[in-house]
Design a protein around this ligand. Structure first.
Ligand SMILES: Cc1ncc(COP(=O)(O)O)c(C=O)c1O
Length: 390
């Protein structure tokens, strides 16, 4: 009996060790091709990295107003106390959902804890078995993960290539419910789809168009996003509006019609089985939205900084992916070279991230630069100087 027990123990020990070895060898693999992810702090560096395009996350004004606002959230002041369906719902969340939906001209909205949660929630439950989702090959990981959680079929199409989307669509059997999902501004390249053409195609074929507005909300269309800028609200089935980028906060709202909202409340697992955002988060979002709604976009400094950045790039040999503005990617092929440039920038007090393969395809490694309203002319000049001498 004793002998059997110790053999079992030995086997368990070996299995555990083998598992640790497997994890270590995977990490070693990442190390070998210089793609090992590590956490870094950024104190004291000039920010060309965060998605805080308008500098809202630094706003002491927003924080002060949020901390002193007087709005019904029961008597809680920190946590929300539970999931939305149990006890985490309140009037403040309702106001956020209504305000966002009203601002982007949608009939309803539903708050999720983050854009990631919104996307896995939506794609994990809305497309049904037998439905088909077409997604741009550069679509965000949260949408891919959502599709994986769901039961529909899915196919990618080439980046921003409507002809390829049409070709792939033509292979489908008739009478299937089809979704097309795109981003309004792609987070790695900073470019945009031809949304007017995509919306036209979707309308022609009765396809449900979903647009992730993470990098356009708070910026394009006076902050309303690309769909509203182009007047395509009635041609989209749903939009994902996130608060972690230009709004400088945290959370996301899926906007669409009432039926969609009700369905998500009942079936989106990332909505149902999680604690609602903290009261502090809710208050900051509410105040930041108020600030966004009243912003004069013509007065933003960032417009001039984008112009400056582009003109300096034109005079240089830098290989920059054509982009609409806030996100600028300087291609520096190979993980080694991209990392070397990131380190050099860091030594010069600049914080901009190297984006490595496999996050981007091999040969497309880059330094991803985010321009912000709080950056200065001198900072942009120094950035380009450092990149030129990289
Ligand atoms: C296009 C896109 N969608 C969704 C997300 C996820 O949003 P969140 O950071 O709020 O989870 C991101 C964030 O990187 C994004 O870039």
């Amino acid at each position: 009996m004793k002998m059997v027990l110790s053999l079992e123990r030995l086997l368990q020990f070996l299995l555990l060790t083998m598992h640790d070895d497997l994890l270590q060898s995977k990490l070693d693999g990442r190390g070998a091709n210089l793609s090992l992810r590590k956490l870094q702090t950024s104190e004291g560096l000039v920010d060309f990295c965060s998605n805080d395009y308008l500098g809202f996350s630094k706003s002491k004004d927003i924080l002060r107003q949020a901390l002193t606002m007087n709005i019904a959230t029961s008597d809680r002041v920190i946590g929300s106390g539970g999931s939305r369906l149990i006890c985490g719902h309140n009037e403040l969340i309702e106001a956020i959902e209504e305000n966002v939906a009203g601002f982007v001209n949608a009939s309803s909205g539903l708050l999720f804890n983050s854009g990631y949660n919104a996307n896995i929630g939506f794609f994990g439950c809305v497309p049904q078995r037998g439905d088909v989702v077409f997604y741009d090959e550069f679509i965000h990981a949260s949408i891919r993960d959502g599709i994986k959680l769901g039961v529909s079929k899915s196919y990618s199409f080439q980046h921003n290539d409507i002809a390829d989307l049409r070709r792939r669509y033509d292979f489908l059997a008739p009478n299937q419910t089809v979704f097309v999902v795109v981003e309004s501004v792609y987070s790695m390249d900073g470019d945009m789809p031809d949304l007017i053409e995509i919306a036209k195609f979707c309308k022609e074929k009765n396809i449900k168009l979903v647009v992730d507005e993470a990098h356009s909300f708070g910026w394009l269309g006076d902050g309303r996003g690309l769909v509203s800028k182009l007047g395509l609200e009635d041609d989209t089935y749903a939009r994902i509006i996130t608060f972690g980028k230009a709004l400088g906060c945290h959370g996301a709202v899926v906007v669409g019609d009432e039926l969609l909202r009700s369905y998500l409340v009942n079936f989106a697992r990332s909505f149902i089985y999680t604690t609602a955002p903290s009261i502090i988060d809710q208050k900051c979002v509410y105040v930041a939205l108020e600030k966004l709604f009243s912003l004069d976009f013509n007065k933003l400094k960032i417009i001039e900084l984008i112009r400056l950045f582009k003109s300096l790039v034109e005079k240089s040999d830098l290989n920059v992916i054509p982009s609409v503005g806030l996100i600028q990617s300087v291609l520096i092929p190979s993980n080694r070279q991209a990392l070397k440039t990131e380190q050099k920038l860091r030594k010069n007090g600049i914080w901009a991230k190297a984006i490595l393969s496999p996050t981007v395809p091999i040969g497309q490694e880059r330094i991803r630069i985010c321009l912000h309203d709080f950056n200065t002319v001198d900072e942009v000049k120094k950035l380009i100087d450092c990149l030129n001498n990289g």
